[in-house]
Design a protein around this ligand. Structure first.
Ligand SMILES: Cc1ncc(C[n+]2csc(CCOP(=O)(O)OP(=O)(O)O)c2C)c(N)n1
Length: 323
């Protein structure tokens, strides 16, 4: 059956399932050292002794990556660059799901043992760093120091007219001089000799400890600022695949498209912790359940959060991944 923008319900479901899988694997990397498929009730022993990493940006990355993956299939002329490098567990989850990670790291198989491997090794000495690194397939920027992703994307595009480079930017990153100055590249690098750069600004509203400036502008100011730099803005909101696919289709018809992707920070994660609003707030930025190992209430919240992705429908031990 076809939907309004020509996608079948099967395809919409396919993207949604992939996002759920990537979200689950993201949260698992942040929290779990055991019980990766939740075969038993979650216990304190299943939780990492030291919780490191950043949740808030990850769902947005998983939505963007999954939609780009669906739209561009496996084109070798497509490249993704991640600005908010602190969202590395999300990038890693996607590289794992596509089997790209396994090609460079034989232990990262798309099996329970591979899931265990990426979780145990995330942000661990001698394991994977907390951000992209030379171990990350097709990496061109580390993302630890915010601001360089957009300029890097234009660098990748230089002299490669066959390429499309989607570059995800954080709205906090969008306050750095480097990122803002790189918007000028749209006036300097274009035409038939270079690749296409597709900026995707993840407008989740918050940086580490407060709201972002761009978020507090009116929609008219947001759109006009982007237009003023020579781009045509396309604004979408939420994680509906149809909207995202439609935006990518519209972008493909433009010379200098710029997607403003409004997505709640920490969406799909805990709404409230200890009486404080977390999803849709700066408190979603890092570890939203910092006491998951020692506080039974937070442990129960984590279990409920993980179960909400229904990963058992996506990964079945005897069959492997069903996506
Ligand atoms: C140049 C630079 N300044 C400060 C930081 C510290 N920092 C890490 S994450 C973060 C917030 C990023 O916010 P945003 O770009 O909006 O990403 P998201 O909200 O998607 O996590 C900051 C300021 C940094 N990594 N790089």
């Amino acid at each position: 059956m076809e939907t309004g923008v020509g996608m079948s319900f099967h395809d919409i479901d396919k993207i949604n399932r992939r996002v759920r899988a990537a979200d689950y694997l993201t949260v698992a990397q942040l929290f779990l050292i055991n019980n990766f498929l939740l075969e038993k009730p979650l216990s304190p022993a299943d939780i990492k002794p030291r919780l490191l990493g950043h949740w808030g940006t990850c769902h947005g990355i998983n939505v963007a990556y999954s939609n780009l993956h669906y739209y561009f299939k496996n084109s070798i002329d497509f490249q993704f660059i991640l600005g908010p490098g602190h969202g590395f567990p999300a990038l890693q989850a996607n590289l794992f799901l596509d089997g790209d990670l396994e090609k460079v790291d034989k232990k990262a198989t798309r099996t329970l043992s591979g899931i265990e491997y990426i979780c145990k090794n995330f942000s661990f000495p001698d394991g994977y760093p907390s951000h992209s690194s030379p171990m990350t397939p097709r990496v061109v920027t580390e993302g630890g120091e915010l601001g360089y992703a957009l300029g890097t994307a234009y660098g990748v595009a230089l002299g490669h007219p066959e390429k499309t480079i989607a570059v995800m930017l954080g709205d906090g990153e969008f306050e750095t001089g480097t990122c803002l100055a790189s918007l000028n590249f749209s006036k300097l690098i274009s035409g038939k000799n270079n690749g296409r750069v597709l900026p995707i600004l993840a407008l989740n509203g918050y940086k580490i400890s407060g709201p972002t400036v761009f978020f507090r502008k009116s929609e008219r100011e947001q759109m006009e600022m982007i237009r003023g730099f020579g781009f045509t803005p396309i604004m979408i909101e939420g994680d509906n695949p149809e909207k995202f696919q439609h935006a990518l289709h519209e972008a493909s018809k433009l010379d200098d498209p710029f997607i403003i992707f409004k997505i709640e920070k920490g969406h799909t994660g805990p709404e409230e912790v200890d009486g404080q609003k977390v999803a849709g707030n700066y408190l979603a930025h890092q570890i939203p359940l910092p006491l998951a190992k020692t506080d039974p209430t937070q442990l129960a919240q984590l279990e409920e959060w993980l179960k909400g992705y229904h990963f058992n429908e996506i990964y079945i031990e005897e069959k492997g991944f069903t996506i």
